[in-house]
Design a protein around this ligand. Structure first.
Ligand code: G4P
Length: 526
């Protein structure tokens, strides 16, 4: 087997999707712990402080206790190499999350056993469905009283429209939590609470008829036997092909904070989750085992390290391999560049990467030439597809406190847009800068960063725009007519694409009626 094939088959690149507070951060940390990427002791509180010190770079984030930016962690697990792409939990940064999900091969969904399916989970699931991303499910917080396990599965099936195949099953819950039963191996894993950073596994009892079960579970042993029979009859069997197609999700139960059920989850994850899969480009389907290198940029993050003031473009390697010093073609601008200082993200530190394989994420230093959606190859004219920009829902005009800082403002705003942190629109009729975002918090972050990173004191104020649509028309003459008639409402985005800024929804409907041959697009694919 070629080195390329060997390496890519070891790769598992995924993201965790969940509603805030379901336990994503806690689970991430336990995965790193089980993977041996970090050695940790101490309490959750201590962990949170340490976590902030290493991966969070913005004061605001610390103040608010939310993770604004996503990051990447790589760690070995068994024979596998796991790439975990973190996503911001706060919904105001959902665009970033959507784009990150285009760079993974599968997802892990975390559900709070007391709360069931929540709103953010529904949205993220919709995004996963666009690419039929395979999903593994972890029902968390079993150490607390929650809802009946069958009830939770019903809700997942109904609301998220995906079949559930339980792989482990809880024995009791809350104070009565005794363990989980593995339906594949018929093994009971007894629960023992372990807070903090130690890996300690409870006793394992093999076989459902094992008399030892009666000793430790008492009356609950027979209850368990009955329940397992019921579960086997009432739920879907584990069908890995259906999982790979995104139609069925294997479900695990546990308690992340107690390291409980996490090992079962991780073992199964490495076994079931797909290695890098072929990906569509505008030109052809690219197989990860193609010898020639290719990859695309799904995220740009500025000033990750305030002392360096750098911007990093995150690239997902899709085929071939990266080796330090190699030449890559930056397809959009038609230039060949030599890359010798790409970085990798191992647990809590970044270092220079010598080689990378399909599924890996590498960071390129960006001096303004790289945009989200850019494809890099070993020469071929390819363009990876499916990285979306969403029409913002909220708009603000940026107003400078010191008019002499206009240049710095423009530079700052354009760089924030390159990152996809906000979108900028420049009306054709005047020199305004209008920011567009999906969530209000994005404006606050923009103003905060303009001040901290570009030395620009700006305020954002209300502007009468309620929605935006990218304008496309095959008929050049018609487009020119439209430009004249709709001049008042037209603007250019950060990439000089034409956008219609509608003051009201009604105005947009009228424009759509009046110009049936013009397309008004709510997403722009890069
Ligand atoms: P998130 O990233 O999805 O937002 O969730 P996070 O891991 O931060 O967890 C949210 C809260 O749920 C945290 O409590 C965390 O300790 C708790 N938690 C996570 N897993 C479990 C579990 O298995 N059982 C129980 N009982 N709780 C769990 P917090 O009070 O918000 O934070 P902290 O003060 O404990 O750090």
């Amino acid at each position: 087997m070629s080195e390329l094939l060997k390496q890519l088959q070891r790769r598992r690149t995924f993201a965790i999707i969940s509603h805030p507070d379901a336990g994503k951060t806690t689970l991430t940390e336990k995965l790193l712990l089980f993977g041996g990427a970090i050695q940790m002791a101490g309490t959750v509180k201590g962990r949170k402080a340490a976590h902030h010190a290493t991966s969070d770079w913005m004061d605001m984030e610390k103040e608010r206790g939310i993770s604004v930016t996503s990051s990447v962690m790589q760690f070995p697990y068994g024979d596998g190499i796991v790439n975990l792409l973190d996503t911001p939990g706060h919904e105001d940064f959902s665009e970033d999350t959507y784009r990150t999900l285009t760079a993974v091969d599968s997802a892990l969904m975390v559900i709070d056993v007391a709360k069931g399916v929540e709103s953010r989970t529904i949205k993220l699931m919709e995004v996963c469905r666009m690419r039929d991303t395979p999903i593994l499910t972890f029902v968390n917080k079993l150490d607390r009283e929650g809802r009946d396990a069958l009830d939770i599965l019903d809700e997942i099936e109904e609301v998220l429209e995906i079949q559930c195949a339980p792989v482990t099953w809880p024995i009791g819950m809350g104070k009565r939590l005794k363990g989980v039963f593995d339906l594949r191996t018929e093994t009971t894993h007894l629960f023992s609470a372990t807070h903090g950073g130690k890996i300690k596994s409870g006793e394992l009892i093999v076989g459902l008829d094992n008399p030892r079960l009666n000793e430790v579970l008492g009356d609950m042993a027979d209850e368990l036997r009955e329940e397992i029979e019921l579960v086997r009859g009432a739920s879907h069997a584990l069908d890995l092909d259906a999982y790979a197609r995104g139609e069925l999700t294997p479900v695990f139960f546990g308690s992340a904070i107690n390291n409980f059920g996490v090992k079962e989850l991780l073992d199964a994850f490495v076994e079931y989750a797909p290695a890098p899969r072929p990906r569509e480009t505008r030109q052809r389907l690219v197989d990860p085992s193609d010898e020639k290198f290719s990859g695309f940029i799904f995220k740009i993050q500025a000033n990750m390290d305030p002392s360096h003031r750098d911007r990093i473009a995150f690239m997902r390697v899709c085929s071939g391999s990266y080796t330090k010093g190699m030449k890559m073609r930056h397809v959009r601008i038609g230039k060949t560049v030599q890359i010798s200082n790409a970085i990798t993200f191992q647990a809590d530190e970044r270092r220079h990467v010598e080689e990378a394989w399909p599924g890996d994420i590498i960071g390129l230093h960006n001096h303004g030439t790289i945009q989200i959606g850019d494809t890099f190859t070993e020469g071929e004219e390819l363009k990876y597809e499916g990285i979306p920009y969403f029409a913002p829902e909220l708009f603000r005009r940026v107003v400078l406190k010191d008019p002499l800082r206009l240049k710095a403002l423009q530079k700052g705003v354009l760089q924030l847009c390159e990152e996809g942190a906000t979108q900028v629109f420049r009306p054709l009729k005047n020199n305004d800068l209008i920011l567009g975002a999906v969530g209000v918090l994005q404006f606050e972050v923009a103003a905060h960063r303009l001040k901290g990173e570009y030395g620009v004191e700006a305020i954002v104020e209300a502007v009468s725009v309620s929605t935006a649509r990218w304008v496309v028309c095959k008929d050049a003459k018609m487009l020119e007519q439209f430009k004249v008639k709709a001049h008042e409402n037209l603007a250019l985005d950060g990439d000089d694409q034409l956008v219609y800024l509608a003051p009201t929804r009604v105005n947009l409907s009228l424009a759509e009626e009046r110009w049936p041959d013009i397309q008004f697009l709510a997403t722009r694919e890069l």
